[in-house]
Design a protein around this ligand. Sequence first.
Ligand code: ADP
Ligand code: MG
Length: 493
Amino acid sequence: MSSTAKQSVRSYQNYINGKFVSSATGETFAVYDPSTEEVIAQVAAGGAADVDSAVKAARAAFDTGDWGKTSAQDRGRILFKLAEKIRANAAMLSELECRNTGKPLVEAEYDIADAATCFEYYGGLANKVMGQTMPVPANGLSFTLKEPMGVAGQIIPWNYPLVMAAWKLGPAIAAGCTIVLKPAEQTPCTMMEAARWFEEAGLPPGVVNIVNGMGETAGAALVAHPGVDKIAFTGSAAVGKIIVKSAADTLKRVTLELGGKSPNIFFAEADWEAAVDGALFGVFINQGEVCSAGSRILVEKKIYSKFVEAMTEKAKKIKLGPPMDRETKMGPLVSREQYDRVTSYLELGKKEARVASGGGRPKEFAKGYYVQPTIFCDVNNNARIAREEIFGPVATVIPFENEAEAIRIANDTPYGLAAAVWTRDIFKAFRVVKAVRAGIVWINHMQPTYVEAPWGGYKQSGFGRELGPWGLEEYLETKQVFVNLDETPIGWY
Ligand code: ADP
Ligand code: MG
C-alpha cells in the first residue's frame, strides 16, 4: 500500500466494562497522520463522567467480581493470548502505529514485536510472585502475602503507544489489578485495535477499561478519582509534577517515568565508527522522541572537531521520508504541537550555539511535521537547549577536557534517566557507570531496552521502575501475616 493512498477514517470508542461505548457527551476528537496532516480516526472524547464509569467498573471487578478468584496461571494465560493476537496481527498494528506516530515502518515493526514480548514476559511471571517467611522470635509463623494493589490508572505517552501500554498492562494484569488506561490523545489507534481481543483473551468485563480523551480532562479525572489506588504515568516532567500534587489528595501510589537530558559520553579511545554511529542513533532514533534520548553528546576535546565533523557528515545522509517507506530512517514528528515545540527550540538554539547540521524544516516536503536531524555544537551545558528536554531530533554537542569534567557535566542536569559511555578502557567505563546519577547506563551502546531489565529514572526523571520483576512489584502490596501457634492465653489481664 502506498503511503499516499487515501484511506477511510477509522472510528474508535471507549472500552468500559467489556463494551465499546461512546463518550457520555457524544463528543469525539480527531487523530492525524503526521506525514500527511490528514485525519485518520475520530475517537470518543472521554471526560470525568466516562472516567467515573470506567473506575466504577474496575472497582466492581476488583472488589466483588470473579477476577480475584482467577488463578495466577490463568492470568498468565490471558497475557500469552494477548501476545499471540498481537503477533498474529503484527502487520496491521505496525502499519497503524507507523501512520499514527510518523515513525518509520521498520521501527513500528520492532515496537509491535516488543509489545508482544512484554505480554509474554509478564505472562510467564504471573505465577512466580512469592511471599517470604520471617524468623520472628515467637512460637508462631510470620510471613508475607503479595496482593494486587487494586485499581490502577495508567496514563500513556504518544512516542511508543502500544509498547508503553504493554509495559503497564502486562504487570498490572499479572499482579491481579484492574485497570483504567488512558492512551495519549495523539495516538490511541493500536491500543483500541488490541482492545477488540480482550474478551477473547479471557479478560472479564471491567478488568481492563480504556478511556480516550485529553490529559487535562480525562487524565486529570483519573488521577483525582478516589476509586483509583495507583497511578502509573509516562510523559513530561511538567505533567508528572501536576499528577503528584493531585494524587496527594487521595494518597495514591504513584510511579512516574518522565523525561531526560541524557548524556552520551565519548572518550578519545572509543571505537571510532561505532561511536559516531552511536552518537547519532542515541539521539535521532524515533525522530528523537525518546525519553532516554542521548541529547547531550559529551566529546573529549582531543577528538572533538573531528567527531563533530564525522557526525555532521553522516547526519546529512539520514534519510527522511514517508514513514511507510522501508528506506526511511526518520519520519515526521508526531503532531503540530510537537513540531512547533521542537522548531521553537531550533530558533533558540541558533542564538545559544552553533548549528553543525540541520536546523529547520527539510525543503522537500510540502506537508507533514518533518524536522531535519539537527546538531548544535560548542554548546554550553548551561544553555537552555542543553538543560530542557526537547523531545525531537536535536543534539547538543558539548566538549570536555577529561574524565572528571565529563562526569561533572553529565550530572549537571535536573534529570537522571539514562546515560551512555563509549571507551575501550574498562576501568574508566566502570568508574563512569558508578559516578553517573542515572537509572540506566549503557557502555558502548545507547538505547537497547530489554523487558527483563529495570527501567526508570533518578532525580527529576521520576520514581519507580518498570519492566522485569521490578515493574510487577509496583502493582503489588505486601501484607504481613502472623500466625500464633502458642495456645496458652496472653495472660496480660
Ligand atoms: P506531551 O506534552 O508531549 O503531550 P504529556 O506529558 O502532556 O506529554 O502527555 C503524556 C500523557 O499525559 C498523555 O496521555 C496526556 O494526555 C496525559 N496528560 C497530559 N496532561 C495531563 C494531566 N494534567 N493530568 C493527567 N494526564 C495528563
Ligand atoms: Mg501535553
